[in-house]
Design a protein around this ligand. Structure first.
Ligand code: SF4
Length: 291
């Protein structure tokens, strides 16, 4: 089993659309289709592109939250002051503001506050035309966290092992925080999707530093390469300096937006220069992974 994670360092680079294309290409390939994981949990939307139907769902629990027994109300001024997140008022503890740090339990023992599990969302497994997909839905007020990503990946890895030889294809979280680290952990290869803009160069540098810190193999691809040829050259130079190969350069293509609106991966939507380059990139990735 191999694991390919697609990350971007920033949102809006076309990462999820590319993952959908790779899933479609894997499904059309001779290899077993991929088990796909949507680790972009704060904006989980890969299922919209891949379609299919949910075949199982289970709740998951986020970090614990404080709760005060009715008998301990009203909560004292000292108790309220003990929470720097402003979660404690006289008559309640706001579970949306509470981060579960436990400081109030220590500072205010007379209130007998307890930390209780809180249901944070649902993990789904769906059957799509492109393979099994693990994805999630967070309930309002619950941010994504590394533990959720670990759960999603565990389900996908177990299924991939059952299928013997499958690839786990991961749509990683944007940015460089805890969720991205959880998306990257144990991956065989990271594809960094970037674009020729000032923030694109900056954010690619940050995500590559993170990937290289963990010793994960990385390749890059430049999306919308023709938006700024000068900055595109800067991106190439930055990759060269870091010893990261550029697997491909995708031209701007209005068909991309049409394909997203039609909820179809671009490579299944129509032939174009962008779709041809994505197929080339897919070939490079398979060669690096299995070569
Ligand atoms: S656990 Fe921490 S964040 Fe939650 S109410 Fe107590 S002090 Fe505030």
């Amino acid at each position: 089993m191999k694991q390919l994670v697609v990350v971007s360092g920033k949102g809006g680079t076309g990462k999820t659309s590319l993952v959908a294309c790779f899933a479609a290409l894997l499904a059309g390939d001779k290899r077993p289709s991929a088990v796909i994981v949507d680790c972009d949990v704060d904006a989980s939307n890969l299922h919209l592109l891949l379609g299919g139907k949910v075949i199982s769902e289970e709740p998951f629990f986020g970090p614990k939250a404080a709760a005060a027994p009715d008998g301990s109300l009203p909560l004292s001024d000292e108790c309220q002051a003990s929470c720097v997140f402003g979660a404690i008022s006289e008559l309640e503890i706001d579970r949306l503001l509470c981060v579960g740090c436990g400081a109030c339990l220590v500072s205010c023992p007379e209130a007998e506050i307890k930390l209780e599990e809180r249901k944070a969302g649902i993990i789904y497994r769906s059957d799509t035309p492109y393979g099994s997909l693990f994805h999630s839905r967070l309930f309002p007020g619950n941010p994504g966290f590394g533990g959720l990503i670990a759960e999603l990946r565990k389900g996908a890895e177990e299924l991939a092992l059952e299928k013997d030889g499958s690839l786990v294809l991961i749509d990683g979280s944007p940015g460089i925080g805890c969720q991205v680290i959880a998306s990257l952990a144990g991956a065989d290869l990271a594809l960094v999707v970037t674009e020729p803009s000032r923030s694109g160069i900056h954010d690619m540098g940050r995500i590559l530093s993170l990937i290289q810190h963990f010793g994960t193999r990385a390749v890059a691809c430049i999306n919308r390469r023709d938006l700024n040829p000068n900055l595109c050259r800067d991106l190439e130079r930055e990759c060269r300096n870091r010893g990261v190969p550029v697997a491909g350069r995708i031209p701007y293509d209005p068909l991309f937006t049409e394909a997203v609106n039609a909820a179809v991966p671009l490579v299944d939507y129509g032939e174009s220069a962008a779709s041809a380059e994505i197929k080339n990139i897919f070939g490079v990735l398979m060669e690096v992974l299995h070569g």
